[in-house]
Design a protein. Structure first.
Ligand code: SER
Length: 572
Protein backbone atom coordinates (compact mmCIF):
# COMPACT_ATOMS: atom_id res chain seq x y z
CA UNK A 1 0.00 0.00 0.00
CA UNK A 2 1.44 3.39 -0.94
CA UNK A 3 1.51 6.40 1.35
CA UNK A 4 -1.02 8.14 -0.88
CA UNK A 5 -3.38 5.19 -0.51
CA UNK A 6 -2.91 5.06 3.25
CA UNK A 7 -3.57 8.78 3.60
CA UNK A 8 -6.70 8.50 1.54
CA UNK A 9 -7.88 5.40 3.36
CA UNK A 10 -7.41 7.10 6.72
CA UNK A 11 -9.34 10.22 5.73
CA UNK A 12 -12.12 8.19 4.13
CA UNK A 13 -12.39 5.98 7.21
CA UNK A 14 -12.86 8.92 9.54
CA UNK A 15 -15.17 10.63 7.09
CA UNK A 16 -17.35 7.51 7.32
CA UNK A 17 -17.36 8.01 11.11
CA UNK A 18 -18.80 11.50 10.78
CA UNK A 19 -15.55 13.52 10.62
CA UNK A 20 -14.96 16.52 8.36
CA UNK A 21 -11.66 16.30 6.52
CA UNK A 22 -9.74 19.55 6.88
CA UNK A 23 -6.73 20.51 4.74
CA UNK A 24 -3.27 20.60 6.26
CA UNK A 25 -2.44 23.94 7.82
CA UNK A 26 0.80 25.69 6.88
CA UNK A 27 4.13 24.58 8.34
CA UNK A 28 4.36 28.13 9.65
CA UNK A 29 2.04 28.33 12.65
CA UNK A 30 -0.57 31.06 12.45
CA UNK A 31 -1.13 33.15 15.56
CA UNK A 32 1.37 31.14 17.59
CA UNK A 33 4.76 32.63 18.27
CA UNK A 34 5.81 29.96 20.72
CA UNK A 35 7.08 27.60 18.02
CA UNK A 36 8.89 28.05 14.70
CA UNK A 37 7.07 25.27 12.90
CA UNK A 38 3.95 23.13 13.07
CA UNK A 39 5.17 20.00 14.86
CA UNK A 40 1.93 18.06 15.40
CA UNK A 41 -1.48 17.76 13.81
CA UNK A 42 -3.20 19.22 16.85
CA UNK A 43 -1.17 22.41 16.91
CA UNK A 44 -3.37 24.40 14.50
CA UNK A 45 -6.38 23.15 16.49
CA UNK A 46 -5.38 24.40 19.95
CA UNK A 47 -8.00 27.19 20.06
CA UNK A 48 -10.71 24.63 19.26
CA UNK A 49 -9.46 22.13 21.82
CA UNK A 50 -9.82 24.99 24.29
CA UNK A 51 -13.44 25.50 23.32
CA UNK A 52 -13.63 27.75 20.26
CA UNK A 53 -16.25 26.58 17.76
CA UNK A 54 -14.84 25.03 14.58
CA UNK A 55 -16.74 25.76 11.36
CA UNK A 56 -16.33 22.16 10.21
CA UNK A 57 -17.90 20.70 13.33
CA UNK A 58 -16.68 18.73 16.32
CA UNK A 59 -15.19 15.73 14.51
CA UNK A 60 -12.20 16.49 12.33
CA UNK A 61 -9.54 14.51 10.49
CA UNK A 62 -6.48 15.61 8.56
CA UNK A 63 -3.07 14.77 7.27
CA UNK A 64 -0.96 17.60 8.67
CA UNK A 65 2.44 18.67 7.37
CA UNK A 66 4.87 18.72 10.30
CA UNK A 67 8.49 19.68 10.75
CA UNK A 68 10.63 18.74 13.73
CA UNK A 69 14.18 19.97 13.93
CA UNK A 70 15.01 18.55 17.36
CA UNK A 71 16.37 15.36 15.83
CA UNK A 72 18.07 16.95 12.86
CA UNK A 73 21.41 15.32 13.71
CA UNK A 74 19.84 11.86 13.65
CA UNK A 75 18.56 12.17 10.09
CA UNK A 76 19.71 9.23 8.04
CA UNK A 77 19.05 6.52 10.62
CA UNK A 78 15.98 4.31 10.18
CA UNK A 79 13.36 6.44 11.88
CA UNK A 80 14.10 10.13 12.07
CA UNK A 81 12.80 12.72 9.65
CA UNK A 82 12.58 16.48 9.70
CA UNK A 83 9.45 16.82 7.54
CA UNK A 84 6.68 14.26 7.89
CA UNK A 85 2.94 14.01 7.63
CA UNK A 86 0.84 13.23 10.65
CA UNK A 87 -2.52 11.57 10.20
CA UNK A 88 -4.94 12.55 12.93
CA UNK A 89 -8.54 12.52 14.05
CA UNK A 90 -10.06 14.87 16.62
CA UNK A 91 -13.02 15.11 18.84
CA UNK A 92 -13.69 18.64 20.05
CA UNK A 93 -15.81 17.87 23.08
CA UNK A 94 -17.66 15.18 21.16
CA UNK A 95 -16.75 11.46 21.43
CA UNK A 96 -14.15 10.30 23.93
CA UNK A 97 -12.16 7.19 24.85
CA UNK A 98 -14.71 4.56 23.86
CA UNK A 99 -15.06 5.56 20.20
CA UNK A 100 -11.50 6.75 19.82
CA UNK A 101 -9.98 3.43 20.86
CA UNK A 102 -12.55 1.32 19.03
CA UNK A 103 -11.97 3.23 15.78
CA UNK A 104 -8.19 3.07 16.08
CA UNK A 105 -8.42 -0.67 16.48
CA UNK A 106 -10.88 -0.96 13.60
CA UNK A 107 -8.80 1.18 11.25
CA UNK A 108 -5.60 -0.71 12.00
CA UNK A 109 -7.04 -4.19 11.69
CA UNK A 110 -10.08 -4.08 9.40
CA UNK A 111 -9.59 -5.83 6.07
CA UNK A 112 -12.40 -3.95 4.35
CA UNK A 113 -11.83 -0.31 5.26
CA UNK A 114 -8.62 -0.34 7.26
CA UNK A 115 -4.98 -1.36 7.10
CA UNK A 116 -5.49 -5.05 7.75
CA UNK A 117 -2.72 -5.29 10.37
CA UNK A 118 -2.48 -8.49 12.38
CA UNK A 119 -4.09 -7.76 15.76
CA UNK A 120 -1.95 -10.41 17.45
CA UNK A 121 1.06 -8.16 16.81
CA UNK A 122 -0.40 -5.14 18.66
CA UNK A 123 0.54 -3.90 22.16
CA UNK A 124 -0.74 -0.84 23.96
CA UNK A 125 0.34 1.40 26.80
CA UNK A 126 -1.87 3.44 29.14
CA UNK A 127 -1.24 6.12 31.76
CA UNK A 128 -0.42 4.72 35.21
CA UNK A 129 -1.74 7.75 37.11
CA UNK A 130 -0.21 10.37 39.38
CA UNK A 131 -1.28 13.45 41.36
CA UNK A 132 -2.69 15.18 38.28
CA UNK A 133 -4.84 12.37 36.84
CA UNK A 134 -5.97 8.87 37.83
CA UNK A 135 -4.70 5.59 36.43
CA UNK A 136 -6.39 5.07 33.08
CA UNK A 137 -8.24 1.82 33.80
CA UNK A 138 -11.01 3.04 31.52
CA UNK A 139 -8.79 2.89 28.42
CA UNK A 140 -7.48 -0.50 29.44
CA UNK A 141 -11.01 -1.88 29.71
CA UNK A 142 -11.96 -0.49 26.31
CA UNK A 143 -8.84 -2.05 24.76
CA UNK A 144 -9.76 -5.39 26.28
CA UNK A 145 -13.20 -5.14 24.67
CA UNK A 146 -11.52 -4.87 21.26
CA UNK A 147 -9.72 -8.11 21.97
CA UNK A 148 -6.27 -6.91 23.06
CA UNK A 149 -5.27 -9.33 25.86
CA UNK A 150 -4.70 -7.87 29.32
CA UNK A 151 -1.06 -9.00 29.36
CA UNK A 152 -0.29 -6.85 26.33
CA UNK A 153 -1.52 -3.65 27.97
CA UNK A 154 1.20 -1.85 29.96
CA UNK A 155 0.90 1.07 32.34
CA UNK A 156 3.57 3.77 32.17
CA UNK A 157 4.14 7.18 33.71
CA UNK A 158 4.03 10.76 32.51
CA UNK A 159 7.28 10.49 30.59
CA UNK A 160 5.63 8.05 28.19
CA UNK A 161 1.88 8.35 28.43
CA UNK A 162 1.06 12.00 28.80
CA UNK A 163 1.00 14.49 25.96
CA UNK A 164 0.65 18.22 25.52
CA UNK A 165 2.10 20.59 22.93
CA UNK A 166 4.39 22.26 25.44
CA UNK A 167 4.37 23.73 28.92
CA UNK A 168 1.04 25.45 28.39
CA UNK A 169 -2.30 24.47 26.93
CA UNK A 170 -4.48 21.40 26.51
CA UNK A 171 -2.99 18.07 27.56
CA UNK A 172 -3.90 14.70 28.95
CA UNK A 173 -3.08 11.04 29.37
CA UNK A 174 -2.55 9.08 26.20
CA UNK A 175 -2.71 5.51 25.06
CA UNK A 176 -0.09 4.45 22.55
CA UNK A 177 -0.33 1.62 20.08
CA UNK A 178 2.71 -0.48 19.19
CA UNK A 179 3.28 -3.01 16.45
CA UNK A 180 5.63 -5.98 16.46
CA UNK A 181 7.58 -5.48 13.23
CA UNK A 182 9.40 -8.80 13.62
CA UNK A 183 6.24 -10.88 13.94
CA UNK A 184 8.06 -12.99 16.53
CA UNK A 185 7.60 -11.14 19.82
CA UNK A 186 4.49 -12.91 21.14
CA UNK A 187 3.56 -12.27 24.77
CA UNK A 188 5.96 -9.87 26.49
CA UNK A 189 6.40 -9.12 30.17
CA UNK A 190 6.57 -5.43 31.12
CA UNK A 191 10.37 -5.51 31.07
CA UNK A 192 10.56 -7.46 27.83
CA UNK A 193 8.15 -5.02 26.21
CA UNK A 194 10.36 -2.07 27.16
CA UNK A 195 13.40 -3.91 25.85
CA UNK A 196 11.68 -4.81 22.57
CA UNK A 197 10.77 -1.17 22.19
CA UNK A 198 14.37 -0.08 22.71
CA UNK A 199 15.53 -2.63 20.18
CA UNK A 200 12.91 -1.34 17.73
CA UNK A 201 11.23 -4.73 17.53
CA UNK A 202 7.97 -3.15 18.61
CA UNK A 203 7.35 0.30 17.20
CA UNK A 204 4.92 2.99 18.25
CA UNK A 205 2.50 3.64 15.41
CA UNK A 206 -0.34 5.69 16.86
CA UNK A 207 -0.98 7.90 19.81
CA UNK A 208 -4.45 8.71 21.18
CA UNK A 209 -4.38 11.64 23.59
CA UNK A 210 -7.37 12.26 25.83
CA UNK A 211 -7.14 15.98 26.28
CA UNK A 212 -9.33 16.93 29.17
CA UNK A 213 -6.75 18.81 31.22
CA UNK A 214 -4.99 22.13 30.94
CA UNK A 215 -1.42 22.88 31.96
CA UNK A 216 0.36 26.08 32.83
CA UNK A 217 4.14 26.29 33.13
CA UNK A 218 4.29 22.51 32.92
CA UNK A 219 1.81 21.94 35.78
CA UNK A 220 -1.70 20.60 35.39
CA UNK A 221 -4.00 23.36 36.65
CA UNK A 222 -7.35 21.67 36.14
CA UNK A 223 -9.84 20.29 33.68
CA UNK A 224 -10.85 21.86 30.39
CA UNK A 225 -14.48 22.77 29.76
CA UNK A 226 -14.69 19.89 27.25
CA UNK A 227 -13.21 16.43 26.81
CA UNK A 228 -11.19 16.18 23.59
CA UNK A 229 -9.46 13.48 21.61
CA UNK A 230 -6.23 14.17 19.69
CA UNK A 231 -4.67 11.32 17.77
CA UNK A 232 -1.51 11.23 15.70
CA UNK A 233 -0.02 8.62 13.39
CA UNK A 234 3.13 9.34 11.36
CA UNK A 235 2.36 8.60 7.72
CA UNK A 236 5.89 7.63 6.71
CA UNK A 237 6.29 5.29 9.65
CA UNK A 238 2.96 3.53 9.19
CA UNK A 239 3.77 3.17 5.48
CA UNK A 240 7.00 1.40 6.41
CA UNK A 241 5.24 -0.85 8.92
CA UNK A 242 2.41 -1.82 6.55
CA UNK A 243 4.89 -2.73 3.85
CA UNK A 244 7.09 -4.75 6.15
CA UNK A 245 10.05 -2.35 5.88
CA UNK A 246 12.42 -1.71 8.72
CA UNK A 247 13.02 1.93 7.82
CA UNK A 248 11.08 4.90 6.54
CA UNK A 249 13.44 5.55 3.62
CA UNK A 250 12.58 2.19 2.13
CA UNK A 251 9.07 3.38 1.32
CA UNK A 252 7.43 5.11 -1.61
CA UNK A 253 7.75 8.37 0.38
CA UNK A 254 11.45 8.43 -0.50
CA UNK A 255 12.23 5.75 -3.07
CA UNK A 256 11.57 8.00 -6.05
CA UNK A 257 14.14 10.46 -4.70
CA UNK A 258 16.71 7.86 -3.69
CA UNK A 259 16.41 6.17 -7.09
CA UNK A 260 17.44 9.35 -8.83
CA UNK A 261 20.60 9.75 -6.72
CA UNK A 262 23.88 8.03 -7.51
CA UNK A 263 24.87 5.17 -5.25
CA UNK A 264 27.22 6.07 -2.42
CA UNK A 265 27.10 6.66 1.30
CA UNK A 266 23.54 5.68 2.28
CA UNK A 267 23.34 8.21 5.08
CA UNK A 268 24.20 11.04 2.69
CA UNK A 269 21.59 9.83 0.25
CA UNK A 270 18.95 9.75 2.97
CA UNK A 271 19.90 13.20 4.21
CA UNK A 272 19.47 14.61 0.71
CA UNK A 273 16.05 12.94 0.39
CA UNK A 274 14.86 14.13 3.79
CA UNK A 275 16.21 17.67 3.51
CA UNK A 276 14.96 18.27 -0.02
CA UNK A 277 11.47 17.12 0.81
CA UNK A 278 11.42 19.38 3.87
CA UNK A 279 12.84 22.30 1.86
CA UNK A 280 10.21 22.04 -0.87
CA UNK A 281 7.38 22.15 1.65
CA UNK A 282 8.98 24.99 3.61
CA UNK A 283 9.50 27.13 0.51
CA UNK A 284 5.97 26.37 -0.61
CA UNK A 285 4.71 27.66 2.73
CA UNK A 286 6.60 30.91 2.26
CA UNK A 287 9.95 30.36 3.97
CA UNK A 288 12.95 31.68 2.05
CA UNK A 289 16.58 30.86 2.84
CA UNK A 290 18.19 33.41 5.12
CA UNK A 291 20.20 33.89 8.26
CA UNK A 292 17.72 33.82 11.09
CA UNK A 293 15.00 31.63 12.58
CA UNK A 294 12.97 29.69 10.00
CA UNK A 295 14.96 31.07 7.11
CA UNK A 296 18.11 29.74 8.71
CA UNK A 297 16.66 26.28 9.27
CA UNK A 298 15.72 26.16 5.59
CA UNK A 299 19.20 27.31 4.61
CA UNK A 300 20.70 24.63 6.82
CA UNK A 301 18.52 21.95 5.23
CA UNK A 302 19.30 23.10 1.70
CA UNK A 303 23.01 23.48 2.29
CA UNK A 304 23.12 20.13 4.06
CA UNK A 305 21.48 18.50 1.03
CA UNK A 306 23.86 20.28 -1.34
CA UNK A 307 26.93 19.28 0.64
CA UNK A 308 25.89 15.65 0.92
CA UNK A 309 25.07 15.75 -2.79
CA UNK A 310 28.62 16.85 -3.47
CA UNK A 311 29.87 14.02 -1.29
CA UNK A 312 28.20 11.39 -3.43
CA UNK A 313 28.88 13.16 -6.72
CA UNK A 314 25.41 14.63 -7.23
CA UNK A 315 25.14 18.25 -8.26
CA UNK A 316 21.70 19.57 -9.05
CA UNK A 317 19.51 19.01 -6.01
CA UNK A 318 17.09 21.49 -7.61
CA UNK A 319 16.21 18.80 -10.15
CA UNK A 320 14.54 16.91 -7.29
CA UNK A 321 11.89 19.62 -6.82
CA UNK A 322 9.91 18.48 -9.84
CA UNK A 323 9.96 14.86 -8.65
CA UNK A 324 8.79 15.81 -5.17
CA UNK A 325 6.00 18.04 -6.52
CA UNK A 326 4.85 15.23 -8.82
CA UNK A 327 4.77 12.77 -5.95
CA UNK A 328 2.55 15.03 -3.84
CA UNK A 329 0.36 16.53 -6.52
CA UNK A 330 -2.76 14.74 -5.37
CA UNK A 331 -2.57 16.23 -1.90
CA UNK A 332 -0.49 19.42 -2.00
CA UNK A 333 0.18 22.06 -4.62
CA UNK A 334 3.92 22.52 -4.66
CA UNK A 335 4.72 25.19 -7.25
CA UNK A 336 7.74 23.84 -9.16
CA UNK A 337 8.15 27.08 -11.10
CA UNK A 338 8.65 28.98 -7.93
CA UNK A 339 10.48 26.49 -5.71
CA UNK A 340 13.06 25.42 -8.31
CA UNK A 341 14.69 28.83 -8.83
CA UNK A 342 14.92 29.39 -5.06
CA UNK A 343 16.75 26.08 -4.67
CA UNK A 344 18.87 26.71 -7.77
CA UNK A 345 19.95 30.13 -6.55
CA UNK A 346 21.00 28.74 -3.17
CA UNK A 347 22.76 25.89 -4.91
CA UNK A 348 24.71 28.07 -7.32
CA UNK A 349 25.87 30.48 -4.67
CA UNK A 350 26.66 27.80 -2.15
CA UNK A 351 28.55 25.51 -4.53
CA UNK A 352 30.73 28.44 -5.49
CA UNK A 353 31.78 29.12 -1.96
CA UNK A 354 31.64 25.55 -0.71
CA UNK A 355 34.83 24.53 -2.48
CA UNK A 356 36.76 27.41 -1.03
CA UNK A 357 35.34 26.81 2.43
CA UNK A 358 36.00 23.08 2.29
CA UNK A 359 39.59 23.77 1.24
CA UNK A 360 40.02 26.13 4.17
CA UNK A 361 38.55 23.53 6.49
CA UNK A 362 40.79 20.80 5.10
CA UNK A 363 43.79 23.13 5.57
CA UNK A 364 42.85 23.24 9.23
CA UNK A 365 40.67 26.32 9.51
CA UNK A 366 38.34 25.78 12.49
CA UNK A 367 37.15 29.32 13.08
CA UNK A 368 33.41 28.71 12.78
CA UNK A 369 32.68 32.42 12.68
CA UNK A 370 35.08 33.04 9.81
CA UNK A 371 33.80 30.01 7.90
CA UNK A 372 30.25 31.29 8.37
CA UNK A 373 30.82 34.91 7.44
CA UNK A 374 33.26 34.28 4.58
CA UNK A 375 31.99 31.04 3.09
CA UNK A 376 28.40 30.82 4.24
CA UNK A 377 29.08 27.61 6.18
CA UNK A 378 26.29 27.20 8.71
CA UNK A 379 28.01 26.59 12.03
CA UNK A 380 26.34 23.17 12.24
CA UNK A 381 28.08 22.21 9.03
CA UNK A 382 31.49 22.98 10.49
CA UNK A 383 30.51 20.96 13.55
CA UNK A 384 29.33 18.10 11.33
CA UNK A 385 32.51 18.15 9.24
CA UNK A 386 34.56 18.17 12.41
CA UNK A 387 32.53 15.31 13.86
CA UNK A 388 33.21 13.27 10.74
CA UNK A 389 36.89 13.74 11.58
CA UNK A 390 36.38 12.91 15.23
CA UNK A 391 36.98 16.49 16.38
CA UNK A 392 34.84 18.82 18.46
CA UNK A 393 34.16 22.49 17.87
CA UNK A 394 33.74 25.22 20.45
CA UNK A 395 30.21 26.43 19.81
CA UNK A 396 30.36 28.92 22.69
CA UNK A 397 33.16 30.78 20.99
CA UNK A 398 31.08 31.03 17.83
CA UNK A 399 28.06 32.30 19.74
CA UNK A 400 30.18 34.87 21.51
CA UNK A 401 31.67 36.21 18.25
CA UNK A 402 28.25 36.20 16.67
CA UNK A 403 26.85 38.24 19.53
CA UNK A 404 29.71 40.75 19.35
CA UNK A 405 29.13 41.05 15.64
CA UNK A 406 25.40 41.57 16.07
CA UNK A 407 25.93 44.20 18.76
CA UNK A 408 28.26 46.04 16.36
CA UNK A 409 25.93 45.87 13.39
CA UNK A 410 22.67 46.39 15.23
CA UNK A 411 22.68 50.07 14.27
CA UNK A 412 22.98 49.17 10.60
CA UNK A 413 19.96 46.88 10.49
CA UNK A 414 20.19 43.27 9.38
CA UNK A 415 23.73 42.14 8.78
CA UNK A 416 24.55 40.85 5.33
CA UNK A 417 26.96 37.96 5.07
CA UNK A 418 28.76 36.93 1.97
CA UNK A 419 26.73 33.73 1.76
CA UNK A 420 23.52 35.71 2.17
CA UNK A 421 20.76 35.14 -0.32
CA UNK A 422 17.99 37.36 0.99
CA UNK A 423 18.22 39.58 -2.10
CA UNK A 424 18.03 36.68 -4.51
CA UNK A 425 14.98 35.08 -2.92
CA UNK A 426 13.17 38.39 -2.73
CA UNK A 427 13.79 38.95 -6.43
CA UNK A 428 12.27 35.57 -7.22
CA UNK A 429 9.20 36.18 -5.07
CA UNK A 430 8.63 39.54 -6.78
CA UNK A 431 8.90 37.99 -10.23
CA UNK A 432 6.47 35.31 -9.12
CA UNK A 433 3.84 37.95 -8.34
CA UNK A 434 4.67 39.85 -11.54
CA UNK A 435 4.00 36.59 -13.37
CA UNK A 436 0.40 36.63 -12.10
CA UNK A 437 0.00 40.27 -13.12
CA UNK A 438 1.36 39.49 -16.58
CA UNK A 439 -1.11 36.64 -17.19
CA UNK A 440 -4.03 38.83 -16.12
CA UNK A 441 -2.81 41.69 -18.33
CA UNK A 442 -2.36 39.38 -21.35
CA UNK A 443 -5.94 38.21 -20.95
CA UNK A 444 -7.21 41.77 -20.71
CA UNK A 445 -5.39 42.75 -23.91
CA UNK A 446 -5.52 39.55 -26.01
CA UNK A 447 -8.68 37.93 -24.64
CA UNK A 448 -9.52 35.37 -22.00
CA UNK A 449 -8.71 32.47 -24.30
CA UNK A 450 -5.05 33.12 -23.46
CA UNK A 451 -3.90 30.39 -21.06
CA UNK A 452 -0.61 29.79 -19.37
CA UNK A 453 1.33 26.94 -20.96
CA UNK A 454 4.58 27.05 -19.07
CA UNK A 455 6.63 29.14 -16.73
CA UNK A 456 10.18 29.59 -15.55
CA UNK A 457 11.60 32.12 -13.12
CA UNK A 458 15.21 32.93 -12.30
CA UNK A 459 16.48 35.67 -10.04
CA UNK A 460 16.93 37.88 -13.12
CA UNK A 461 13.77 37.42 -15.17
CA UNK A 462 10.48 35.64 -15.62
CA UNK A 463 9.48 33.63 -18.63
CA UNK A 464 5.93 32.70 -19.55
CA UNK A 465 4.61 30.52 -22.34
CA UNK A 466 0.98 31.14 -23.25
CA UNK A 467 -1.51 30.03 -25.85
CA UNK A 468 -1.84 32.61 -28.63
CA UNK A 469 -1.51 32.04 -32.34
CA UNK A 470 0.32 35.06 -33.70
CA UNK A 471 3.04 37.56 -32.94
CA UNK A 472 1.96 40.34 -30.59
CA UNK A 473 2.02 43.85 -32.06
CA UNK A 474 4.17 46.56 -30.46
CA UNK A 475 0.97 48.30 -29.32
CA UNK A 476 -0.26 45.15 -27.60
CA UNK A 477 3.05 44.71 -25.85
CA UNK A 478 3.05 48.31 -24.59
CA UNK A 479 -0.54 47.93 -23.47
CA UNK A 480 0.33 44.81 -21.46
CA UNK A 481 3.34 46.56 -19.90
CA UNK A 482 1.18 49.55 -19.08
CA UNK A 483 -1.49 47.43 -17.38
CA UNK A 484 1.07 45.60 -15.26
CA UNK A 485 2.79 48.83 -14.25
CA UNK A 486 -0.55 50.41 -13.38
CA UNK A 487 -1.36 47.40 -11.22
CA UNK A 488 1.98 47.89 -9.47
CA UNK A 489 1.31 51.59 -8.93
CA UNK A 490 -2.16 50.90 -7.59
CA UNK A 491 -0.48 48.84 -4.86
CA UNK A 492 -3.02 46.01 -4.84
CA UNK A 493 -3.08 43.62 -1.95
CA UNK A 494 -2.02 40.03 -2.64
CA UNK A 495 -4.27 37.71 -0.64
CA UNK A 496 -4.25 33.92 -0.35
CA UNK A 497 -7.58 32.16 0.14
CA UNK A 498 -8.28 28.47 0.61
CA UNK A 499 -11.47 27.43 -1.09
CA UNK A 500 -13.27 24.51 -2.67
CA UNK A 501 -11.95 23.76 -6.13
CA UNK A 502 -15.46 23.92 -7.56
CA UNK A 503 -15.95 27.36 -6.02
CA UNK A 504 -12.62 28.60 -7.40
CA UNK A 505 -13.53 27.34 -10.84
CA UNK A 506 -16.90 29.04 -10.63
CA UNK A 507 -15.31 32.44 -9.99
CA UNK A 508 -12.95 31.78 -12.91
CA UNK A 509 -9.63 31.52 -11.08
CA UNK A 510 -6.77 30.68 -13.43
CA UNK A 511 -5.86 27.04 -13.05
CA UNK A 512 -2.43 25.56 -13.43
CA UNK A 513 -1.56 23.46 -10.45
CA UNK A 514 -2.91 20.29 -8.91
CA UNK A 515 -5.69 20.15 -6.36
CA UNK A 516 -5.51 19.25 -2.72
CA UNK A 517 -7.40 16.44 -1.08
CA UNK A 518 -11.10 17.11 -0.80
CA UNK A 519 -10.73 19.61 -3.57
CA UNK A 520 -9.54 22.41 -1.34
CA UNK A 521 -7.18 24.64 -3.27
CA UNK A 522 -5.37 27.87 -2.58
CA UNK A 523 -6.07 30.84 -4.79
CA UNK A 524 -4.08 34.08 -4.87
CA UNK A 525 -6.12 37.26 -5.36
CA UNK A 526 -4.57 40.55 -6.43
CA UNK A 527 -7.19 43.01 -5.30
CA UNK A 528 -8.23 46.27 -3.74
CA UNK A 529 -11.68 46.52 -2.19
CA UNK A 530 -14.09 44.99 -4.68
CA UNK A 531 -11.73 45.29 -7.60
CA UNK A 532 -9.91 42.07 -8.50
CA UNK A 533 -7.02 42.34 -10.94
CA UNK A 534 -6.02 38.69 -10.92
CA UNK A 535 -7.09 35.41 -9.34
CA UNK A 536 -4.96 32.34 -9.84
CA UNK A 537 -4.63 28.88 -8.33
CA UNK A 538 -1.18 28.87 -6.78
CA UNK A 539 0.81 27.42 -3.91
CA UNK A 540 2.64 30.72 -3.39
CA UNK A 541 4.43 32.48 -1.93
CA UNK A 542 3.98 36.05 -3.11
CA UNK A 543 4.69 39.61 -2.02
CA UNK A 544 2.02 41.10 0.23
CA UNK A 545 1.27 44.08 -1.99
CA UNK A 546 2.20 44.94 -5.54
CA UNK A 547 3.63 48.41 -4.84
CA UNK A 548 7.07 47.02 -4.06
CA UNK A 549 7.62 45.29 -7.39
CA UNK A 550 9.41 48.07 -9.25
CA UNK A 551 9.02 48.71 -12.98
CA UNK A 552 7.87 45.88 -15.23
CA UNK A 553 9.40 45.54 -18.67
CA UNK A 554 8.89 43.02 -21.46
CA UNK A 555 12.26 42.11 -22.95
CA UNK A 556 11.20 39.71 -25.63
CA UNK A 557 8.13 38.18 -27.23
CA UNK A 558 8.72 35.22 -29.54
CA UNK A 559 7.30 31.94 -30.80
CA UNK A 560 7.73 28.98 -28.47
CA UNK A 561 5.90 26.23 -30.36
CA UNK A 562 2.83 25.98 -32.58
CA UNK A 563 0.10 28.18 -31.08
CA UNK A 564 2.27 29.09 -28.10
CA UNK A 565 4.14 32.37 -27.58
CA UNK A 566 6.85 33.12 -25.05
CA UNK A 567 7.48 36.34 -23.12
CA UNK A 568 10.56 37.18 -21.14
CA UNK A 569 10.20 40.08 -18.75
CA UNK A 570 12.07 41.77 -15.92
CA UNK A 571 11.45 44.04 -12.94
CA UNK A 572 13.72 47.07 -12.88
N1 SER B 1 -0.40 15.26 19.52
C1 SER B 1 -0.05 13.90 19.68
C2 SER B 1 1.33 13.59 19.13
O1 SER B 1 1.94 14.42 18.52
C3 SER B 1 -1.09 13.02 19.03
O2 SER B 1 -1.50 13.55 17.84
O3 SER B 1 1.80 12.50 19.31
Amino acid sequence: MTSNQIREKFLKFFESKGHSVIPSASLIPENDNSVLFTTAGMQPLVPYLLGKEHLKGRRLASSQKCLRTGDIDDIGDNRHLTFFEMLGNWSLGDYFKEESIAWSFEFLTSKENGLSLDSSRLYVTCFEGDESAPRDEESKNIWMKTGIPENRIYFLGKEDNWWGPGENGPCGPDTEIFYDVTGKCGDLSHEDFLRAQKEEKVIEIWNNVFMEYESKDGKVIGKLAQKNVDTGMGLERITAVINGKDNVYNTDCFEYILNSLPSGDEKSRRIIADHMRASCFLISDGVLPGNSDRAYILRRLLRGAIRHGKKIGFEGVSSLVLKIAEKYKESYSLDVNFITPIVEAEENKFLNTLDKGLKEFEKGERDTFLLFTSYGFPVEMTIELAREKGETIDIDLFNQKMKEHQDKSRAGGEQKFKGGLAGTSEAIVKLHTAHHLLLAALQKVLGTSVKQRGSNITEERLRMDFSFDRKMTDEEKSEVEKLVNEAIEKDYKVVKREMLKSEAEKIGAEMEFGAKYEDIVSVYFVEKGDEVFSKEFCGGPHVEHTGILGKFKIQKEEASSAGVRRIKAVLE
